[in-house]
Design a protein around this ligand. Structure first.
Ligand code: FES
Length: 257
């Protein structure tokens, strides 16, 4: 159920260049699933009053806490990065449809591929896959080493590989460069990142079951404004889908890439 709540900042830390980890506490954590997102009002007083869509990196239902990892790259998220422990943040969520955790059977293997700020939702996904007895392989792509994060967290959950465009960490190149070398065996893949990455994954594994999470520009976040509309392929009946309310996760082959 979508709710709006003034959640409490438990802690906030800078974990890489312009990348922040923010832990919030509140009741709407109880309804969160991996791959969903929240729409955060960055400030109550200052402009801009717009909300920002941010993915869910970790869910701790026992303590009613969740973690978001975001890039501070405009005035809105820069203001959010100043939120201190005890402060309230207005959050709308959880929004959209997340990753189908049950797509890989117990004992199977899932390939998780992420790019940049598309990496955080894969962390909660991997946790939940591991809890079901699924082996996870993580392939994480970044521009450069100074924007990488969560190496320890991902390594605890499964085999973890880094690839950077400038070669400062892991393999130099793109996620497909590394996948060509690794040739991993897996039952299904999950991918969250920029459009070229989603397209490359869809093309690389035509025979495999796969799920893609889109990071479209968003307005309302709840299906009302059409800012996030994407054209579909002729494999589906609908002419278009809304990333915010029909997605952000779609099976591969649904959205035209
Ligand atoms: Fe408004 Fe998707 S963001 S319809």
């Amino acid at each position: 159920m979508i709710q709006s709540e003034r959640m409490t900042v438990v802690r906030q830390a800078k974990i890489a260049h312009n990348i922040f980890e923010l832990v919030l506490q509140g009741e709407l954590v109880q309804d969160m699933t991996p791959g969903q997102f929240v729409h955060v009002k960055v400030s109550d007083t200052l402009e801009p009053l717009l909300r920002r869509p941010i993915s869910i990196a970790d869910v701790n239902k026992q303590d009613s806490q969740f973690t978001m990892i975001y890039r501070a790259e405009g005035r809105g998220t820069e203001v959010l990065s100043l939120a201190a422990t005890g402060q309230k943040v207005d959050v709308l969520g959880p929004l959209g449809h997340g990753f189908p955790v049950e797509a890989v059977p117990t004992g199977g293997t899932a390939l998780l591929v992420g790019g940049g700020i598309g990496v955080p939702p894969l962390h909660e996904l991997s946790k939940q896959l591991n809890a079901r007895g699924v082996r996870t392989i993580h392939v994480l792509g970044f521009q450069s080493e100074n924007v990488t994060f969560y190496e320890e967290e991902f390594s605890k959950l499964g085999d973890t590989y880094y690839v950077t465009v400038d070669g400062t960490k892991g393999t130099k190149g793109f996620v497909t460069t590394l996948l060509d070398e690794l040739k991993p065996e897996f039952d299904a893949f999950y991918c969250c990142g920029p459009l070229p990455m989603l397209k490359a994954m869809e093309n690389a594994y035509p025979e495999k079951e796969g799920y893609l999470s889109f990071e479209e520009r968003m307005g309302c976040g709840i299906g009302a404004c059409f800012a996030c509309v994407c054209q579909t392929t002729d494999q589906v009946e609908k002419d278009y889908v809304k990333v915010c309310s029909d997605g952000p996760v779609f099976p591969k082959g649904v959205v035209q890439l």
